[in-house]
Design a protein around this ligand. Structure first.
Ligand SMILES: NC(=O)c1ccc[n+]([C@@H]2O[C@H](COP(=O)([O-])OP(=O)(O)OC[C@H]3O[C@@H](n4cnc5c(N)ncnc54)[C@H](OP(=O)(O)O)[C@@H]3O)[C@@H](O)[C@H]2O)c1
Length: 372
């Protein structure tokens, strides 16, 4: 049996679902690949549970999951201790061939990720933030720690950072590997904003759809976290960098669905003020319709003379395109390349949710077993 050591940063929704899926798939991994994923450490924001020598037993893992499910710290675990330095955890628990999985939602893991690469370990990221800080950090992460080195897909995978379990990054890397130049990318990467845009297309009122999405828990507790478009912009930046372009977050033009003046309001005030935007969106939808277009919250990347422009925001798109035909909460990405033109290569499906994201992370981990 091939044993693959795994250290996990972040035991929130995605991290817990990943660990559950590792346990549930033990037999399948053994039968199909002769693979045993040995979880050696679990880390949350303040504590860690580790068993460097033999790996954590399934009973210890279950106890950790129960604690996190109950909203507690891993420090309450029988094997738990506080941690304020993830690199130190890697130093103690890391073994040759270790895969470090980042399911946190912070860029504070970055030094430990770089430390892991220095140690020769492998990375799997669901966390977008380390890939969307400085270009130099992106370069080091994707080039095995060396900005001058070659892109090394055997050392890092980040499939779930764009479109969750959908094979977006894999497809982008395959297009790049085949020398098929990507001229344009158009995508929607937020189920929440897809829900909103579909509502507007059906003639519903902006404030009403936002309030409904909020009440149903489709938005973040503060809906501006979705409506501002920053998360979509991070995904656009990851795509642009993956296409080989060098740019920073402030090179991505982001237009949110509310004016900057509403940023300082409390959530309750913001919700109360929403109707003042209704007329604007009614007009935008009507204007798009006169040109046989529909409004989508889109990320659009266009390459001209080797330079990429990257725009994120409400966009009128032709009805007769993959993006124009999309409705509901699915994510969609269309790659327009030399070989995929005028009809693009299209990937569509559920682009969020802890289970589907964890499944994508697990695929990345299993694939690492065959490249390490
Ligand atoms: N949910 C989705 O549909 C989805 C889809 C694609 C990608 N993602 C990405 O997946 C990641 C995880 O999402 P989630 O929904 O599971 O988030 P979450 O529930 O907020 O969990 C985040 C976890 O990270 C831990 N954490 C925070 N700071 C840390 C630190 N400095 N060191 C180690 N751990 C730290 C938290 O610890 P505590 O438990 O102590 O707070 C928590 O366990 C995010 O980056 C998200 O963007 C999510």
């Amino acid at each position: 049996m091939f044993e693959l050591p795994v250290i996990l940063f972040g035991v929130g929704g995605v991290g817990r679902s990943l660990v559950r899926q590792i346990l549930d798939n033990r037999q399948l991994h053994a039968d199909t690949y002769g693979l045993y994923i040995r979880v050696v450490a679990l880390c949350d924001s303040r504590a860690a549970v580790l068993e460097p020598t033999d790996g954590l037993s399934d009973a210890h893992i279950e106890a950790a999951l129960a604690l996190k499910q109950a909203g507690k710290s891993l420090s309450a675990h029988e094997l738990g201790g506080t941690q304020d330095d993830l690199s130190a955890i890697l130093d103690i628990a890391g073994l040759p061939g270790t895969v470090v999985v980042d399911c946190s939602a912070t860029d504070q893991t970055t030094p430990a990720l770089l430390f892991a690469l220095d140690r020769g370990y492998h990375l799997v990221l669901a966390n977008k933030k380390p890939l969307t800080i400085q270009q130099e950090v992106y370069d080091r992460l994707t080039r095995a720690g060396d900005t001058q080195g070659a892109f090394d897909p055997a050392r890092i995978r980040w499939e779930t950072t764009v479109g969750a379990g959908l094979p977006v990054i894999t497809t982008l890397n395959r297009l790049t590997a085949s020398g098929d130049p990507i001229g344009r990318v158009a995508g929607t990467f937020s189920g929440t904003l897809g829900y909103l845009m579909t509502g507007l297309e059906e003639g519903r009122i902006f404030s009403e759809v936002v309030r409904e999405a909020h009440a149903l828990g489709y938005t973040e507790p503060d809906p501006r976290d979705d409506l501002g478009g920053v998360d979509v912009a991070r995904k656009a930046l990851i795509l642009a960098r993956g296409m080989g372009h060098r740019l920073e977050m402030n090179d991505v033009s982001v237009k949110g669905l509310y004016p900057p003046l509403m940023e300082s309001l409390s959530v309750a005030e913001f919700m109360a003020e929403l109707p003042q935007l209704d007329e604007h969106y009614r007009d935008e939808v009507a204007r798009a319709a006169t040109e046989s277009k529909v409004l989508r919250y889109a990320a659009t990347l266009v390459v001209e003379d080797g330079h990429v422009t990257c725009e994120v925001g409400p966009t009128a798109v032709d009805k007769d395109t993959p993006l124009g035909r999309l409705s509901g909460t699915d994510n969609l990405i269309a790659f327009y390349t030399r070989w995929y033109s005028p009809n693009p290569l299209v990937i569509q499906g559920r682009g969020a949710g802890v289970e589907v994201t964890a499944a994508g992370v697990l695929s990345d981990v299993v694939e690492m077993a065959f490249t390490s």
